[in-house]
Design a binder for this molecule. Structure first.
Ligand SMILES: Nc1nc2c(c(=O)[nH]1)N[C@H]1C(S)=C(S)[C@@H](COP(=O)(O)OP(=O)(O)OC[C@H]3O[C@@H](n4cnc5c(=O)[nH]c(N)nc54)[C@H](O)[C@@H]3O)O[C@H]1N2
Ligand SMILES: Nc1nc2c(c(=O)[nH]1)N[C@H]1C(S)=C(S)[C@@H](COP(=O)(O)OP(=O)(O)OC[C@H]3O[C@@H](n4cnc5c(=O)[nH]c(N)nc54)[C@H](O)[C@@H]3O)O[C@H]1N2
Ligand code: SF4
Ligand SMILES: [Mo]
Length: 728
């Protein structure tokens, strides 16, 4: 007999509705849930692999404790209680010896709840949560809070013009891509700013093949055209912004000719695209990782993008860039409340590593954003999440593991992150993790990072747990499809298990995560099960609420000139910087490393370093790939399908060569996230983690990071591609 259970996929961000078919207690098939109120039966090629993932023989099913040397691949199984008891005791000892700040956390992309770890760290007393946050979306969030008091999310289905700026949803967000295709059918224009001729570029009205890392110059050029041609919204600018005259001066030099020279575009392309964006209303610019991964320029590009949205009058209008939470969705208990940031005392906040160098992304910036937000009704605009706008800098944290400066970091926990694959400067991350007294990982699989742990906890898949998923406009209950297999548990149980053993019991009153969801839904008069039954809660959006409340910034207006940046010694108006390793930034280096490197462009069905062990996924992408133009390959004497060495001044990796006219002759496009689960775990092999891991080539020194947030570059670097030199 087949039983069908409603559940959800969390193998990437959208949380699509799934139906799990269960026979004899075992899930055997998966398909999209046609009754899901948002995803309506759609699932992608990765979601279809849920069964393979759920029962994969490599899955971690029991807690493990290291028995040999770190990284030697020798483990013993133990019970959750035993493992949690031992870990808690060690954490307690380390806290007494070095202070709570000695415990760090490495953060991945939004796959788990995140507020639970923040709550645990706040109560433990450590401000040292670090990870991909400085490069992924969080910078945009922090910047938008400082500029207009919230994070906007384009209204794709009702817009007339979409700008995909460093964003390739056909590979990275299939649900959004579907919506863009529908919007185009309804007449929306599409502008794509991307160095590669991606699928979206083929469909675009205008494609701008920009030189990587120079997007701020184009944004400033657009602003200049828009101001000169009076195609901005004069009423909005006059009534709702501060700093317009300063902005005018800041963009004055960015003539179409100058922008063209910087960006590899033509002056005509600059002007035509600016006009299309400004004169087609309403319009929206999506968030794209192509911007956030630019290191030096990422923060200022996010600032310039938010300014473009504002001066064109697209903020908080239908079809533009809505702001804030729809009624009554905003009443649901926010993640910022669950984070419990007030629990971390000022003297512990002051110890956050890296904040001296990058104040805007640490407590000094977060506290200013939060103070400005407090003027607004909380159900209209939730406070900035510390999880997304207030983190320690990974390199400072790893530095403190190695040097014990400014104080020793002796322990770390990684849950839902694979730092050896995701962070720049792999070797230092490796040395740092190796040096710890205690390293704990919560995972699905034994990854290269997990292989270095002292304890590994088996975490259940999304279909084995629940989640309350909300956007600004709706809230959906994500139900459990089957009970957790073996001894897998969800991350809430992991954190609560530790918390109870470390004196935090008063603050973890909910025994299960389902009870947390009931607590969150109480203000809207629902329980989690009722929400499942009524198939979601949908809000009613009001537009232009700034007319009622103002913006959640210090001035109450959109700050084209940012007072928060200024107070923290950061550039208050958008500026363009030349990337350190670029054909212009270092022409001498460019002679030795002549190609501009971009890394990590998304591809299906892989997600970052995941799915490498899943046969059906691996068939589609068996090897790490670097792509260059056929003419470039001809000149280098290398051919499609051969293994090549890809090198930057940081190091060298091997990848398989692909040739494509979709990339410029002057650049190379390399996969990220590669390790080889089929190889040996024990060191020195460590699943081949150093062999084809593109982050071996990415730097994160201060000269490469933007001074506001400290984001490091995964794009716009210099590299060379050569025939592989064989040892034989
Ligand atoms: N060179 C280069 N580097 C990049 C990027 C790039 O474009 N180029 N992209 C960057 C970006 S945007 C990001 S966000 C980071 C991503 O960085 P990470 O999030 O660290 O990347 P993943 O490889 O997805 O690692 C997540 C790990 O968590 C596990 N996992 C997944 N879901 C869960 C869960 O629900 N619970 C638990 N406990 N574990 C789970 C997976 O098995 C996987 O090993 O990488 C960054 N690194
Ligand atoms: N299949 C798959 N989907 C994913 C992920 C995954 O690993 N795999 N990761 C998820 C995560 S955490 C994230 S953050 C999102 C990111 O998803 P996207 O925002 O789509 O990010 P990317 O694919 O990294 O880069 C988008 C585009 O930026 C371009 N680009 C690179 N450098 C530059 C530049 O300097 N300027 C401009 N204008 N463009 C540039 C690339 O050519 C690429 O087409 O994807 C999510 N979805
Ligand atoms: S992996 Fe696919 S099915 Fe799963 S949440 Fe992401 S888009 Fe949806
Ligand atoms: Mo990301």
């Amino acid at each position: 007999m087949t039983e069908t259970k409603r559940t959800y996929c969390g193998l990437c961000h959208p949380r699509c509705g799934l139906l799990l078919e269960i026979e004899g207690g075992r899930a055997v098939r998966v398909k999209g849930d046609a009754n899901h109120p948002i995803t309506r039966g759609m699932i992608c090629g990765r979601g279809r692999l849920m069964i393979d993932h759920l029962y994969h023989p490599d899955r971690l099913n029991h807690p493990l404790k290291r028995t040999g040397a770190r990284g030697a691949g020798r483990w013993q199984q133990l019970s959750w209680d035993q493992a949690l008891d031992e870990v808690a005791e060690k954490l307690d000892d380390l806290r007494s010896q070095y202070g709570p700040e000695t415990l760090a956390f490495t953060h991945g992309t939004k796959r788990t709840l995140h507020w639970d770890e923040r709550r645990f760290y706040n109560l433990f007393g450590s401000p040292n949560i670090c990870g991909a946050n400085n490069v992924c979306m969080c910078p945009s969030q922090a910047v938008e809070y400082a500029t207009y008091g919230g994070f906007s999310w384009g209204d794709v289905l009702r817009t007339k013009c979409i700008v995909l700026w460093g964003h390739g949803p056909s590979q990275s967000n299939p649900m959004l891509f579907g919506a863009i295709v529908r919007a185009q059918k309804n007449g929306a224009r599409l502008i794509v700013v991307d160095p590669r001729r991606i699928q979206e570029a083929e469909k675009a009205d205008i494609w701008l093949p920009i030189r990587p890392g120079t997007d701020v110059a184009l944004m400033l050029g657009w602003l200049r055209v828009i101001i000169q041609e009076n195609s901005y919204d004069p009423d909005f600018v006059a009534n709702w912004t501060v700093g317009f005259d300063d902005l005018k001066m800041a963009v004055a030099d960015y003539t179409p000719e100058k922008v063209a020279e910087i960006t590899w575009l033509t002056p005509e392309q600059v002007v035509a695209s600016a006009r299309m964006y400004a004169m087609t209303r309403p319009a929206m610019i999506t968030w794209g990782f192509g911007i956030d991964k630019q290191g030096l320029n990422a923060t200022q590009a996010a600032r310039a993008r938010s300014i473009l949205r504002a001066v064109t009058g697209n903020l908080d209008v239908q079809g533009g860039e809505p702001l804030g939470w729809a009624e009554p969705i905003g009443k649901i208990v926010s993640h910022s409340h669950l984070e419990f940031n007030e629990a971390l005392p000022a003297e512990q906040r002051a110890k956050q590593l890296g904040t001296d160098a990058y104040p805007f992304f640490g407590f000094p910036g977060w506290e200013r954003n939060a103070a400005a937000n407090h003027k607004l009704p909380p159900d209209y605009m939730h406070p900035p999440l510390a999880d997304q706008t207030c983190v320690a800098h990974a390199r400072s944290v790893f530095g403190a593991m190695l040097t014990h400066e400014p104080y020793p970091v002796r322990a770390a926990i990684s849950v839902a992150s694979n730092p050896l694959l995701s962070l720049a400067k792999v070797k230092q991350t490796y040395e740092a993790l190796k040096s710890l007294d205690l390293y704990i990982v919560g995972e699905f699989y034994l990854t290269p990072s997990a292989a270095l742990a002292d304890y590994v906890f088996p975490i259940c898949s999304t279909v084995e747990t629940t989640e309350l998923w909300h956007s600004h406009e709706f809230c959906v209950a994500c139900p459990r499809g089957i009970d957790p297999l073996y001894e897998r548990r969800n991350t809430y149980d992991f954190w609560r298990g530790l918390a109870l053993r470390l004196g935090q019991e008063a603050h973890w009153q909910w025994e299960t995560v389902d009870e947390v969801w009931d607590y969150c839904l109480k203000p809207v008069g629902l329980g989690f099960n009722e929400l499942i039954e009524q198939n979601g809660l949908f809000g009613r959006r009001e537009y232009k609420r700034y007319e009622k409340y103002g913006f959640g910034t210090p001035s109450g207006k959109v700050e084209l000139r940012s007072s928060i940046f200024e107070a923290l010694g950061c550039e208050p108006l958008p500026v363009c910087r030349e990337m350190r390793h670029s054909p212009v930034g270092d022409p001498g280096l460019a002679e030795k490393f002549p190609l501009v490197l971009i890394s990590g462009s998304r591809f299906m069905p892989m997600y970052h370093s995941e799915q490498r062990q899943i046969e059906a996924a691996r068939k589609k992408r068996p090897d790490p790939i670097v792509t260059i133009h056929p003419q470039t390959a001809l000149a280098l004497g290398i051919e499609e399908g051969e293994w090549v060495s890809l090198e930057t001044p940081m190091g060298s990796v091997r990848m398989k060569l692909r040739l494509s006219e979709a990339v410029d002759r002057r650049m190379a496009d390399a996969d990220h996230g590669w390790w080889f689960p089929e190889r040996s775990e024990a060191e020195p092999e460590l699943f081949g983690v150093f062999e084809s891991n593109v982050n071996m080539l990415c730097p994160d020194g201060k000269e490469f990071c933007n001074p506001e947030i400290g984001g490091w570059p995964h794009t716009a670097l210099l590299c060379r591609v050569e025939k592989e030199k064989r040892a034989d």
